[in-house]
Design a protein around this ligand. Structure first.
Ligand SMILES: Nc1ncnc2c1ncn2[C@@H]1O[C@H](COP(=O)(O)OP(=O)(O)O)[C@@H](O)[C@H]1O
Ligand SMILES: [Mg+2]
Length: 307
């Protein structure tokens, strides 16, 4: 079945005009993408991570056939985004501007049926699909309420449902949790995981590290138009030699003390600390391994780029 998404050396340059002085404007070239490559497998959630202006939306737009790259190419579901844009569009569900296009007076259900018809589904199929998706995204109870009454979190989930109406194998989400409260953001992440378990490939962009860590199998960090580092959240931490913190809580004369050690080999360190505690006749109450956060990774790789 191949790979869901493959990007090879994507380049994109924008021409912009900068004000210099009162009337003068100067032409400036912005290198939005400087050769970005990555792959997303079936059933995988891939997090494209980077600070504002890194090139995430530009990458998403190229994959979604909305922008043509100046260099490199991308295959989506095996189709070339420039040469076979129709087939690419049929293969993806895209959430770029979650709030755009919905009719505020129509219910969530009516909106979905409307978009299903727009995608070319017949009425019965659109209705059945809308019901099924409202169930999946957790909006079944609210399906008959008008869109304007939906919270931001509900709107975000409805946007994902809309993107899935034509049953695409690949889902592309550009910062789907931006502006959401923590609980709604979590619901979106749980939904993404659920969809990936059903075999969909998901590309998910974010500037929020811990969020990507929670939901993504693999992460690529881009900065200033280049891929800086790639791997599973765990791999990335290992590559950078970030340390785990192992904590063992023990009871010493009736009060709690914490034995703490930073390490690259947490399981080994945990055993050692427990053995030491027991050799001293102390009662171990609780143990904890704190993983290094991706936040740290971010600070390191992005800073070292010298932006
Ligand atoms: N249409 C455009 N015209 C000019 N510059 C653009 C345009 N779109 C994006 N850019 C610039 O390209 C760079 C990457 O933008 P973008 O892909 O939107 O980043 P991100 O989504 O990671 O925040 C930024 O410097 C941005 O200002
Ligand atoms: Mg963006």
């Amino acid at each position: 079945m191949g790979v869901a998404i493959e990007a090879y050396g994507l380049r994109k340059r924008f021409i912009s005009y900068e004000r210099v002085g009162f009337l003068k404007r100067r032409r400036v070239t912005i290198e939005a993408l400087r050769g970005v490559s990555f792959r997303v497998g079936w059933g995988e959630v891939y997090g494209l991570l980077g600070p504002n202006g890194a090139g995430k939306t530009t990458t998403v737009k190229i994959l979604a056939t909305l922008l043509i790259p100046d260099g490199g190419y991308a295959l989506v579901n095996g189709y070339d985004t420039v040469k076979q844009p129709q087939a690419v569009r049929r293969s993806i569900g895209l959430v770029l501007y979650p709030d755009k296009g919905f009719y505020s007076r129509l219910s969530g259900y009516e909106n979905l049926v409307y978009f299903g018809r727009l995608y070319g589904l017949d009425k019965r199929t659109a209705q059945a699909r809308a019901r099924e998706l409202l169930e999946i995204v957790g909006l079944r109870e609210a399906m008959d309420r008008p869109y304007e009454e939906y919270s931001l979190g509900m709107r975000a989930r409805l946007a994902i449902a809309r993107a899935l109406m034509h049953d695409p194998p690949i889902l592309i989400l550009d910062e789907p949790t931006i502006g959401l409260d923590p609980l709604s953001a979590r619901e979106v992440r749980e939904l993404v995981r659920k969809l990936s378990k059903e075999g969909k490939a998901v590309l998910f962009t974010s500037h929020n590290l811990w969020e990507v860590e929670e939901v993504c199998d693999r992460v690529g960090i881009i900065n200033n138009g280049s891929m800086v580092i790639e791997g599973s959240p765990r791999d990335i931490k290992d590559m950078l030699g970030l340390k785990y913190v192992v904590e063992v809580e023990v009871l010493v004369n009736g009060h709690v003390e914490v034995l703490r050690e930073e390490t690259l080999t947490p399981v080994h360190t945990l055993r050692k600390l427990i053995n030491e505690a027991e050799a001293r006749g102390l009662n171990v109450i609780r143990v904890r391994i704190n993983e290094p956060s991706l936040e740290e990774v971010f600070v390191r790789v992005v800073r070292s780029e010298g932006r």
